[in-house]
Design a protein around this ligand. Structure first.
Ligand SMILES: [Zn+2]
Length: 375
């Protein structure tokens, strides 16, 4: 298959793993899919979480280049998990569009490193530890599992798969950050070592591949060094590691559009590695760093303070509710809203004449504008 973005997205549209969708993805949903995987895949349990849930690894491919990927290290970041299940479907594609993946690579994917956090829809694990700050101390069983497979498998590349909040965008242009990437530093001086250079070059390749549709909407994370972060630790060990962050696309709170772009980004990254793009110098530092400059909603008040509303994601039963909460009141000129509503005459009082405060749940404005989203 021609690996142009458009073709990848077309393939994804018709062939993605339709059984899982939306934001709340837990082990119950992915276990039947893992059981159903074909004989192309080798399934193992690498260990167990704090609450004794299995941590699965799925291995495929016969190629020389070894890639280790893990998703849902943060339990509420499920978009990349959906994308790796789409990749499993691609590997078995009847039209053999993705046979090159298994020919070039041996890949191990941990689709859900933090199954307890996935169940509870939290960033942290069941012991309230952020696993992406535990790379040195390895206090948690989930971190130990990842450290051990890294040691045993000796990957040539690592893909660290995450999701980012709706707050990221670009102050200069007002565009949002749909996807972002980082080649983490492996030392305080943020040296561009050979392994970091290679990760940067592959990111440049991904950036160029996605640009036809996401021009101006791809960000770069800041590269402050923190050895407690997994990417920094693996990079310090000399292995090129790429951080993928799945972000917001307009109105796509389910992250199903972004999911397609993540699938495309992973495919383009693999193609880049297969084609030795790691040694072709790209323009990594020209990818703009994104800023925290978005809110879900801004109520624009031409005669006074603006009100920023941010959705708080609350798990209720098997659904994630998006609860609109006032997160800031003031002059919000330098911020953008995914939705902006003019409230010129309404002032800062709700329908019961109560002054609106930060932290309030604001489901509607002035009895007329519905601020909720239903998915
Ligand atoms: Zn994360």
């Amino acid at each position: 298959m021609n690996l142009q973005l458009e073709n990848l997205l077309d393939w994804h549209k018709s062939n993605h793993q339709k059984v899982i969708k939306g934001r709340y993805i837990n082990l119950h949903q992915i276990e039947p899919l893992i059981d159903d995987l074909s004989s192309s895949f080798k399934i193992s349990v690498l260990g167990h979480s704090v609450e004794e849930r299995p941590i699965y690894a799925i291995e495929f491919g016969q190629g020389k280049i070894k890639i280790l990927m893990w998703s849902q290290m943060h339990g509420n970041e499920s978009t990349t998990t959906k994308a790796v299940f789409d990749l499993f479907k691609a590997v078995d594609d009847a039209d053999k569009n993705f046979d090159w993946v298994s020919e070039h690579f041996t890949i191990i994917i941990i689709p859900m490193l933090n199954p307890d956090g996935a169940q509870a829809y939290t960033r942290v694990n069941a012991a309230q530890v952020d696993l992406n700050r535990d790379a040195q101390d390895l206090t948690q069983p989930e971190s130990q599992v990842l450290a051990k497979i890294f040691e045993d498998f000796k990957p040539d590349y690592c893909f660290n798969l995450h999701g980012q909040r709706t707050i990221y965008g670009f102050e200069a242009s007002g565009a949002l950050s749909v996807l972002s990437f980082l080649a983490p530093s492996g030392d305080e001086g943020r040296s561009v070592t050979l392994s970091r250079k290679r990760a940067m070059n592959i990111i440049s390749h991904i950036y160029n591949g996605l640009n036809p549709q996401l021009s101006g909407k791809i960000g770069r994370y800041d590269d402050d060094f923190n050895l407690n972060c997994t990417g920094d630790t693996f990079m310090a060990a000399g292995i090129p590691t790429i951080l993928f962050e799945a972000g917001h696309y307009p109105d796509d709170y389910e992250r199903e559009v972004t999911r397609g772009y993540v699938f495309a980004a992973i495919s383009i990254a693999l193609a880049g590695i297969a084609l030795k793009k790691e040694d072709v110098d790209g323009d990594y530092f020209k990818i703009p760093e994104h800023q925290k400059c978005f809110f879900d909603i801004i109520l624009r008040n031409s005669s006074g303070d603006d009100i920023a509303v941010q959705y708080e994601e609350v798990l209720q039963g098997n659904k994630v509710l998006f609860v609109p909460k006032v997160s800031q009141i003031g002059d919000l000129d330098r911020f953008f809203g995914h939705k902006e509503i003019a409230i010129s005459s309404a002032g800062l009082y709700d329908e019961e004449d109560k002054k609106i405060e930060v932290g309030d749940t604001l489901t509607e404005w002035n009895n007329s504008i519905d601020l909720t989203i239903t998915l």
